[in-house]
Design a protein around this ligand. Structure first.
Ligand code: AMP
Ligand code: MN
Ligand code: MN
Ligand code: MN
Length: 276
């Protein structure tokens, strides 16, 4: 069974509408599918309908932005109740401030000689409340200052580069608590992306568990095969369940449905107790 528990629609920074994402996942062989937009659950009703029509099992998800010891982390919530008021209030708080941040990013880019970045990014953001770095990356690629969105991140949009503006997201413990309040399971997204020392990763995995975290992503579009093995070993060592998801954002934007290997059979999958 192909289980893919991480991807995005244009409700956050994906390129396709929830229905289109569902149809693409189904066409590429996904059987059990979660939509996990950043800090937003508004795409879930459309996604659920399309997923069931296409013959997939649907998992309601979200990916919450967190600031931990000065680093940005992402926590995926799976099997959440999207209507839970604690979760809804938490997500609304995390979303607030994105427009102000985007204006500051545009000012930074202007100082680097790039005009009109705020308006340009907004044109790529189907949901203006969720304007973020991916929309700036699409704008920068569109005007040709970089060859593609990857190049836009490398040159402008990551810490230390001229268009990067630090931002304070949710607390780790709060994000996990909102997911648990909504009846969901909290999963540490793409741990290989955080550039943490072994000691810091250890602390994170301990803190995440104390907060109520259950699983870490092992097989994700953000990891290399070496990282699949590394995070499988960490999951075993720390007694975490393992998750798997493409982190699809759009055609030709990196990860794609149906291309990732399965989890190692000795890992405990996050879906172990689901009636599938
Ligand atoms: P934001 O929440 O606005 O800070 O944007 C974060 C999003 O940017 C992530 O969810 C990814 O979709 C994308 N992203 C972050 N870093 C990179 C990178 N190095 N290359 C490509 N996309 C990235
Ligand atoms: Mn994203
Ligand atoms: Mn992420
Ligand atoms: Mn993601």
């Amino acid at each position: 069974m192909n289980i893919d528990l991480h991807c995005h629609s244009n409700v956050s920074d994906g390129a396709l509408a929830p229905r289109e994402v569902a149809l693409r996942a189904a066409r590429r062989g996904v059987d059990v599918w979660a939509l996990t937009d950043h800090d937003q659950v508004a795409g879930l009703p459309e996604a659920r309908t399309a997923a069931l029509e296409a013959g997939m099992r649907f998992v309601a998800g979200v990916e919450i932005s967190v600031t931990w010891r000065g680093s940005t982390l992402h926590i995926v919530g799976l099997r959440i109740d999207p209507g839970n008021p604690t979760l809804a209030a938490g997500l609304a708080k995390v979303r607030g401030g994105r427009r102000e941040r985007a204006k500051r990013m545009a000012e930074e880019l202007k100082a680097s000689g790039i005009d009109g970045a705020y308006e340009g990014a907004l044109r790529h953001a189907d949901n203006p409340d969720m304007v973020g770095r991916t929309h700036f990356a699409r704008f920068l690629a569109e005007i040709g200052v970089v060859a593609d969105t990857k190049g836009a991140f490398r040159r402008f949009l990551v810490p230390g580069k001229p268009g990067y503006v630090p931002h304070e997201w949710a607390d780790l413990a709060d994000a996990v608590a909102w997911i648990c309040a909504a009846g969901g399971q909290a999963v540490l997204a793409h741990p290989g992306r955080y550039h943490l020392s072994a000691g810091a990763m250890d602390s994170l995995l301990q803190e995440f568990r104390e907060a109520g975290g259950e699983a870490i992503e092992v097989v994700t579009g953000s990891h290399s095969p070496d990282q699949y093995a590394h995070f499988a070993a960490l999951a075993r060592h720390h007694g975490y369940a393992a998750s798997r998801g493409s982190d699809f954002h759009g055609p030709d934007e990196g990860a794609e449905f149906g291309t990732l290997p399965p989890l190692d059979p000795d890992l405990h999958p996050v879906w172990r107790d689901w009636a599938l």
